[in-house]
Design a protein around this ligand. Sequence first.
Ligand code: HEM
Length: 246
Amino acid sequence: MSALEILLWVVVPYVSLAIFVVGHYWRYKYDKFGWTTRSSQLYESRLLRWGSPLFHFGILFVLIGHVMGLGIPKSWTDAAGLSEDAYHALAIGVGAIAGFGTLVGLAILIYRRRTVGPVFSATTRNDKFMYLVLTVTILFGLSNTVLGAVGHEGVDYRDTVSPWFRSIFYFDPQPELMTEAGLGFQLHALSALVLFAIWPFTRLVHVFSAPLGYFTRPYIVYRSRDEQLGNRATPRGWDRVGGGRR
Ligand code: HEM
C-alpha cells in the first residue's frame, strides 16, 4: 500500500467527512440566520421554473442510485435473484436519464445565475466555487456511466468503488480497491470528496432544512391583543405565540 494511496483514499475521505460534519455544526451554531437556499425566485422565475425541478428531481434519482449502488453489496442483489446484466441495465438506464436531467437542469441554473444581473450579484464566492465542483463531479459521474454503457473495458465499480466506500464507514478502510477502480472513478470520487468538504460553507446546507413544520402548522398566524380569540376555545395548533403585551 503506497503513501499516495493512503493519502487519497483514507486521509482525504476522513478529513472531508469530518469537515462535513463539524462544518455543519459550526455553521448552524454561528450562522443560523444565514442557513438558507439564498432563494432568488423574486428576481427571475421563467428559467428557474425549468432548471430547478430538472436539477432537483434528477439529483434525487442520482442519490437513490448511489444509495443502492454504493450501499447494497453485490452479494445481496445476487441473492435476491437480480442478475448482473439486469442490475447494470437498470442502473445505466435510470442513472443516465437522471444524470442528464441533473446536468441539463444545472446548466440552465448556472446560465440563469450568470446572465440575470441581480441573481449573479446575490451569488457568494463560496457558491461560485461550489457550482464548479458540483458540475465537475456530475460530469465525471456521468462519463463513468456512459463509458460503462458503451461497454468500455472497465472494472465493475461494485467490486471496487462500492466496497471501498463502505469500508470508510466501517472504519476498516481498503484504499487498494480504489487503485483498481481506474482514473474515471477516482476523479469522480475525489471531486465528490472536495464537494463534501465545502458543502457546509455554501447554500447546499439547505438540503438539511426540510420544512417539516409546514405539514402541521396553521396556514396563517393571527395575533390578537385579547386573551380570548372570539368566543370559542382555541383550536389545536392555534395557541398564542410567546407571552406579554403584543
Ligand atoms: C464519494 C462519493 C461518491 C462515489 C463513490 C460515487 C460513485 C459513483 C459511481 C460508481 C458511479 C457510476 C454509476 C454507474 O456507472 O451506473 C457514479 C455516477 C454518478 N455520480 Fe457519483 N459518486 C459519489 C458522489 C457523487 C456526488 C456527490 C454527485 C453529485 C453531486 C454524484 C453524481 C453522479 C452522477 C450524476 C453520476 C452519473 C449517473 C447517475 O448515477 O445517475 N456522485 N457515481
